[in-house]
Design a protein around this ligand. Structure first.
Ligand code: SF4
Ligand code: SF4
Length: 478
């Protein structure tokens, strides 16, 4: 098929994805309901086959905007090309001002958190509220949680957690709360700190930027790299000092140890650091998609592989050694707590909680392939029945901030429909999920209470341990 898209243009990148996926065709039957991108891709392809009409530039931009990077599809190179096309569209045609506002969750949190009563009134289902939402690019039907009186950063500062704990304070961890927990659900971040402290860990909560996923998804490379670069400086310094970096949000950990680290082991700086022979490329064997080294090295002939195995991805402009240092020390909180249980230092002595809960593992948690650690932890609580929502092809549809956007709201509800129907069939007393975007979507579409599993662990902790966790058990270094 011949097209006239200029070489290297966003249209050409997007069109090449259509060709690759049409040639393969694997995702046509599998992702017909779980993804908005593939049905549209195959519609455009089928139309071209039947009528000879190639997709227009607008259709190609609208196509790539349907991908929420849920990672349900099997080919990382295709997802990378979709992001490349989105980024190239934004670089050439710009980003609408309203999207620029919505993608900056930290700024929304700061502004709205500073005037919680006024914000609450304006974001209520009144005419003024709907008008304000529309003005800032949020769909009028999108429900927002109440903005808390105190965001997590202020809470952590009051307890001195923004300063490094003393070196002698035992095992030290840096907690990366992420924007949504910091500004919209500080109870999740507080519970995380309290559970970690109850396990004898000294917690450090420095001010950090957004992990960058919302702007990455919107194609805003400048914003994403600025945030990533700031985070990398703080996180890599902490990693070098021996801190483990813990995320309660699976999207943040996916970004820090997956996307940001992609290709970093192939960089010359790393090859020099591991003393590679100039004829070979040496990279650690991978344990999982998160990029963590599994022990042992794989060796590739440089002449054969140098054009494939290279550090030329989205984050390649950032120091590869720092990206590796951060990736190798980043963990999901649930995963980390379960490891501590194995070492005899995890949370325990839980009080009974009598209820039936349904656990939903979100997309970016599943993509990291570390199992369902929260289920293992929750099942240690007497009386709590925690069932797993089985199946890997479910998506809540909110897609970070995409579901907030005026133009994407209805698609977001449609995309989440399959998962909502499944949950309604199960009819749980409570839904547990570690993704706060999923939580917002569930709260909008379902009648069940939704919580992060860490909040349940915190609730079941024996009170003396929990009670001593408001920072009292940990003295900052000053
Ligand atoms: S994403 Fe990969 S498996 Fe799916 S259709 Fe495209 S090339 Fe095939
Ligand atoms: S990452 Fe998710 S939304 Fe994007 S193409 Fe793959 S399955 Fe579809």
């Amino acid at each position: 098929m011949r097209t006239s898209y200029p070489p290297g243009s966003p249209e050409q990148i997007a069109y090449r994805v259509i060709q690759d996926c049409a040639d393969c065709d694997c995702c046509r039957p599998i992702l017909d309901e779980a993804c908005l991108f593939f049905p549209e891709l195959y519609r455009l392809y089928d139309r071209q086959t039947e009528t000879g009409r190639t997709p227009s530039g607008e259709e190609l931009r609208a196509l790539v905007e349907r991908c929420n990077f849920c990672a349900l599809c099997p080919c990382p190179n295709i997802r990378a090309d979709i992001i490349r096309a989105k980024t190239a569209f934004v670089a050439r045609d710009g980003l609408p001002a309203r999207v620029r506002w919505v993608e900056d969750v930290q700024r929304i949190g700061k502004v709205c958190g500073a005037f919680p009563r006024l914000t609450g009134r304006l974001l209520s289902p009144t005419r003024a509220g709907r008008r304000l939402k529309r003005w800032i690019g949020i769909h009028p039907e999108r429900r927002l949680p109440e903005f808390p009186r105190e965001h997590f950063r202020a809470w952590a500062r009051r307890r001195g957690l923004h300063r490094k704990p003393r070196a002698a304070a035992g095992k030290r961890v840096l907690y990366f709360a992420g924007c949504t927990a910091t500004y919209l659900f500080p109870g999740v971040a507080r519970a995380t700190v309290e559970v970690l402290q109850a396990c004898g860990l000294s917690v450090f909560c420095p001010p950090l930027s957004c992990c960058g996923m919302p702007s990455f998804l919107e194609g805003d490379r400048e914003f994403t790299l600025r945030a990533a670069s700031k985070n990398l400086a703080v996180l890599s310094a902490a990693a070098e000092e021996g801190y483990d970096i813990l995320c309660s949000c699976p999207t943040c950990s996916f970004m820090l140890r997956g996307l940001m680290a992609e290709g970093a082991y192939f960089a010359e700086a790393y090859q020099k650091a591991v003393g590679s022979d100039p004829r070979f490329i040496r990279v650690p064997a991978r344990a999982r998609a998160g990029g963590r080294a599994a022990g042992g090295m794989e060796i590739f002939d440089r002449t054969m592989f140098q054009h494939i195995l290279k550090d030329d991805g989205y984050f390649s402009g950032l120091d590869p050694l720092r990206r590796i240092a951060v990736a190798e020390k980043t963990f999901d909180v649930g995963e980390y707590l379960l490891q501590r249980v194995g070492e005899g230092a995890g949370p325990g002595g839980f009080s009974p909680l009598r209820r039936k809960a349904l656990y939903y593992a979100p997309c970016h948690q599943r993509e990291q392939h570390f199992g369902r650690p929260y289920l293992d932890l929750l099942r240690r609580i007497p009386g709590l029945e925690a069932a797993d929502l089985e199946g890997n092809l479910y998506c809540c549809g909110l897609a970070g901030v995409m579901g907030f956007k005026h133009d994407f709201h209805d698609l977001s509800i449609t995309l989440g429909g399959r998962l909502m129907r499944r949950i309604e069939e199960i009819h749980p007393q409570e839904i547990l999920t570690d993704c706060l975007s999923c939580r917002l979507q569930f709260a909008q579409l379902l009648p069940y209470p939704v919580r992060h599993p860490i909040e349940i662990l915190r609730e079941a902790l024996p009170s003396p341990a929990a009670g001593g966790t408001g920072g009292g058990g940990q003295r900052p270094a000053g």
